[in-house]
Design a binder for this molecule. Sequence first.
Ligand code: ADP
Ligand code: MG
Length: 313
Amino acid sequence: MNEKHLIQKYFSRKLDDESIIEGIGDDAAIVSTNSDCELVITTDTMSEGNHFSKQAPAFAVGYKLMASNLSDAAAMGATPRWATLNITLDKLNESWLEQFSNGLHECAEAHNVMLIGGDTTKGSCLNASIQLIAEVPIGKAMLRSGAHGGDKIYVTGVIGNAFNALEFLQENDFNHRKLSDTQFSALYMPESRIDLALELREIANAAIDISDGLLHELELMCSASHTGAILYVDDIPINDDIDFSKAIIGGEDYELLFSAPAEFAEEINNLSKKHNCLISCIGEMTNNTIIELYHGSKVIPYPKYTGYDHFAP
Ligand code: ADP
Ligand code: MG
């Protein structure tokens, strides 16, 4: 099998969408964009040994790579449209490629995302990146920097499920067969928050996804918005099997953290029901620049941690 056949067999699918002028096959893809929208562009990489283990099922790797990019689009309140895939393979393993591309396409198709191009190379380690291009009506994107003092802080889903699964794998020699279905889904097939996000963009002042840990992402939002925050830790829905501080520090949950004026509480409650997605109010933004954690009416110590850093010594 040569490179051209590989691309044809595993990555090129029929693209039935009027936005696509040229898909896979020419030197570059051509798409036509909506004139009333801005483009929102994000990219995420997964490399073996860093983001996934050798034992991880290829389907799961492909699915999660797409899902992590979708989560960034959701955090911006954008509709994902087109993707490109850059993949570096250390060897030609067709069953791996087949499963990987099935996972990637399954996630893409479920969200109407079209794979329109990429690059395929050989290298010393297995590495894959997706670039996702999304659209948002002009001026409507949710930014990290838009929060105001007095906003309520919300989070979607239950926190710590993915980290719990990751920890379980670490304790079990990465034997993926031991994962429960719930753990597997939490770690590799996170539910998309896109549909919810497209409605949230009308009411939220700021949003971020919490893939690097809830507390760390809140810090980023506060710093971008020049706000502080009060977190009511008892109101954060966390996985019971995991220690509280691990849940709010450990990442991998592709959930949304957002802030919105208090007057939208009921609308947010309705969106939660409509999208069948738990949304919890976990605190509020303040006008200073400190983050305080409250357990009941008592301030509790701020957990000591350093966010994940690929280049930490
Ligand atoms: P070039 O040499 O002009 O860069 P390539 O041989 O790299 O062309 O790619 C041929 C076509 O296949 C292009 O349309 C490119 O976007 C697409 N392509 C290459 N690798 C991938 C991939 N992994 N996934 C999707 N499309 C790909
Ligand atoms: Mg190329």
